[in-house]
Design a protein around this ligand. Sequence first.
Ligand SMILES: NC(=O)c1ccc[n+]([C@@H]2O[C@H](COP(=O)([O-])OP(=O)(O)OC[C@H]3O[C@@H](n4cnc5c(N)ncnc54)[C@H](OP(=O)(O)O)[C@@H]3O)[C@@H](O)[C@H]2O)c1
Length: 234
Amino acid sequence: MRDFEDRKAIVLGGTSGIGAATAEALAAAGVEVIVASRREPAPSHDTGTTVEQVDVRDRDGLERLFARHAPFDILVNAATGGERATGPFAQMDLDGFRGSFDKLWGYVNSVRLALSHMSEDGNIVLVSGFPARKCPPGMSAIASVGGAVEAFVRAIAPEIAPRRINAVSPGIIDTPMFTQSGSERDALLEKLTDNFVLKRAGTAEEVAEGVMFLTGNEFVTGTVVDVDGGALLP
Ligand SMILES: NC(=O)c1ccc[n+]([C@@H]2O[C@H](COP(=O)([O-])OP(=O)(O)OC[C@H]3O[C@@H](n4cnc5c(N)ncnc54)[C@H](OP(=O)(O)O)[C@@H]3O)[C@@H](O)[C@H]2O)c1
């Protein structure tokens, strides 16, 4: 496992959920961490990480962010990107379906632009999701985006070697992506994970452990690690 002490990481979507847990895990391992998302950095933010503002759909903004922090060694993109269209495909608004692909474009933008600013032994981790390979009803857009992220990782890995690129594929994870609260939230997470082997939502920290494995193990590239409570099993 790579020593993290002398490394610098940029975590896009690092202000919430899986990205924030990953930023925390990287910082705890001794990595210098820059997190970025669309929100204004809170003035009182005092976690030891640098907080920046960027929209992953804005290529100029990403280029400026990467240039400011070059050279860096680790890129994690955990941004949701934009819209997440759900519901029966036959009734789905096609602009919503298309908008769900903002996540993919954000990933493509960040990988392409990061390459000129990363160290030669740098690595990248993206986030797909279990619907890519076992889609529940109403998640066709999310499944399509996840499938594209996984294909992208496999396609790019040989081209960018010796740099590495991988993805983590979460199950249902209890993060602010779910906006419901209280009993409504509990019921939703229970329903969504009812047919998972472990019958519960995961935590952002559990997914961050998968990211830490992928970023730290120098013999892993072009692959997807499932951290999903057995979501894919029958
Ligand atoms: N939670 C789950 O059950 C689950 C399951 C499978 C896959 N995933 C995937 O895991 C990743 C992380 O999700 P999460 O659950 O951690 O969600 P989250 O808690 O809502 O965090 C999303 C992060 O992305 C940032 N973001 C969203 N759009 C952005 C944009 N256009 N540019 C820059 N930053 C942007 C958000 O910050 P701002 O709002 O400030 O921009 C936030 O920091 C996503 O790709 C999601 O699709 C999640």
